[in-house]
Design a protein around this ligand. Structure first.
Ligand SMILES: Cc1cc2nc3c(=O)[nH]c(=O)nc-3n(C[C@H](O)[C@H](O)[C@H](O)COP(=O)(O)OP(=O)(O)OC[C@H]3O[C@@H](n4cnc5c(N)ncnc54)[C@H](O)[C@@H]3O)c2cc1C
Length: 499
């Protein structure tokens, strides 16, 4: 039984239905049109491709149905200091050599007076800045890896697409508002839910996708919430779509503002925008006015306010209830990680799916994996706010004073001392991501790996030329992003739909 029909609910329904068809399971999903969904969540990261592959979804069909565009990177504007921007790409810099990461060789190049920027070795960044996209190219036999990418899509259309997919596989949707939850007297497990019209639906496993309210996991089972506002102070967002008036950039833009930051997510039919801010430093009305004045095109709605508390549910699996999506916690959308966390939790749930009863050891493991995963992402986000030269507003002065989690302090010390970036096996953000943001936010290591010094000067120069040339040739062969969409996956216009 799934409670909630936002992205999380329908992603869970689609995945479970796909994996369990023929197994004699019944999957019910309850959602309430009256309550609605959060309606944002439009930028993804590359793991969405694996999720879609696991469902055997045709990419072009998916893109057309969700008005999607391709995303190669996130551009961070004014985060380090006003007037400076950098890219966090979904691809690699150069290639690994002698068993160590490329960036050590680049640091040597720079220490010896070399002038090639590290961006010149990353196809994703060069393509993003040129507004290009492609999956293959005439230069494809060259050594630098092809583009890594994700999507921007319309959150409402995404849920609708997955609903159609899930219902075709037998998922039963119930329209209605859950007003009561019955617990088993013997052990406090959830037995059934009651809808406003009196219908009672029983189940064995309950998946709470009810959004911030955490109807089952919190309001019923009181799992508890760990508040991370001390690390990540933003607690509000204003969201508004606007008309699309320029070329569709193949990247998300995040622009630091006086009390937070603004997102810009280009889709085929419109552009999504939002201002994520901290209520101690900016009022809602002021945020709405500032956002409305900073759009590419005419607003298609009035700005919609959203409130949240950054943090995580202490137990995301409790008794026979697993929380997914906003019901499980929320890390602000700076690195577009929420939808990824949904699909990663679904994969874990399928992997550890309860058969004959519930096993506490598996539940504990599930919870500890989820905890580590969110802590690692939290640290990555905190890096953006705390490694900055900005002290021009009270908000940024507050950010500079944030006490970093110990785990982040250790990472920073390692990078500053020796340029080492060590990521754990299942960690979401890998070495190129940390390198991009550490360097982008202005952190410079004092040294680099000793192996990088072994390669003779002439050989290093030859390889650097080869790699940067490869990146240039590869990107030259790609079409413009809009041309690619037009040719392969243009969505039909939606004139009657404003948001
Ligand atoms: C400002 C902001 C920006 C974001 N940007 C991104 C982004 O760029 N990328 C990203 O990956 N994620 C982003 N997210 C997160 C993303 O929106 C969510 O993770 C995703 O939409 C999943 O939401 P959900 O399904 O958990 O909750 P919701 O969309 O809130 O859905 C909850 C569902 O539960 C139902 N429900 C609730 N109570 C009841 C009840 N009593 N009875 C019946 N049904 C009920 C509702 O009707 C609804 O169907 C963002 C979030 C915010 C707040």
């Amino acid at each position: 039984m799934i409670v909630g029909g936002g992205s999380a609910g329908w992603m869970a329904a689609a995945s479970l239905a796909k994996a369990m068809t023929g197994g004699g399971y019944t999957i019910d999903l309850v959602e309430s049109e009256e309550i609605g969904t959060v309606g944002v969540g439009e930028a993804t990261i590359p793991s969405i491709l694996d999720f879609n592959r696991s469902l055997e979804i045709d990419e072009a069909e998916f893109i057309r149905a969700t008005q999607a565009s391709f995303k190669l990177a996130i551009e961070f504007v004014d985060w380090t200091r006003p007037g400076f921007s950098y890219m966090h790409p979904f691809g690699f810099y150069g290639v690994q050599m002698s068993g160590i990461y490329f960036h050590h060789f680049w640091l040597r190049h720079q220490a010896q007076g070399g002038t090639l920027p590290y961006d010149a070795f990353c196809s994703n960044i060069i393509a993003a800045r040129a507004g290009k996209f492609g999956r293959t190219s005439t230069a494809d036999k060259l050594p630098v890896p092809p583009l890594g990418y994700a999507y921007h899509f319309d959150a409402g259309l995404y849920a609708a697409f997955l609903r159609k997919f899930s219902e075709a596989l037998g998922v039963k949707r119930h329209e209605g508002r859950v007003v009561d939850v019955a617990l088993r007297a013997t052990d406090g497990f959830i037995e059934s839910i009651k809808l406003a019209d009196g219908r009672i639906i029983a189940g064995d496993l309950f998946i709470d996708c009810s959004g911030f309210r955490g109807l089952l996991i919190e309001q019923t089972l009181h799992a508890g919430y760990e508040d991370w506002s001390e690390f990540l102070p933003c607690d509000r967002a204003m969201a508004v779509p606007c008309e699309r008036i320029v070329a569709t950039t193949p990247y998300t833009r995040s622009t630091a503002r006086e009390a937070g930051w603004q997102w810009r997510i280009p889709l085929q039919h419109r552009t999504g925008n939002g201002y994520v801010y901290c209520s101690s430093f900016l009022g809602d009305d002021e945020a709405a006015t500032l956002l409305a004045g900073r759009l590419d095109g005419a607003a298609l709605n009035t700005p919609r306010p959203l409130r949240f508390v950054t943090g995580r549910r202490k137990e995301v699996w409790k008794k026979n209830c697993v929380a997914l999506g906003l019901a499980s916690g929320f890390l602000e959308p700076l690195e577009s990680t929420s939808i990824h966390l949904v699909l990663a939790s679904i994969a874990r749930l399928l992997f550890m799916f309860p058969g004959d009863g519930f096993d506490q050891a598996s539940i504990d493991k599930f919870n500890s994996l989820a905890r580590t995963e969110t802590e690692e992402i939290r640290d990555f986000l905190v890096l953006h706010y705390t490694a900055t030269e900005r002290n021009d507003t009270p908000f940024w002065r507050h950010c500079q004073a944030i006490k970093r989690p110990d785990t982040l302090v250790q990472r920073l010390e390692m990078f500053e001392r020796s340029a080492n970036i060590v990521v754990s096996t299942g960690e979401l953000f890998r070495e190129p991501s940390w390198f991009a943001v550490l360097m982008g936010q202005g952190i410079r290591p004092k040294s680099y790996h000793p192996i990088a010094d072994i390669l003779p000067d002439a050989e290093l120069a030859r390889r650097f030329e080869l790699m940067s040339d490869d990146v240039r040739k590869r990107v030259q062969a790609y079409p413009l992003h809009d041309e690619f969409i037009r040719e392969h996956c243009a969505a039909p216009p939606l004139p009657e739909r404003a948001a």
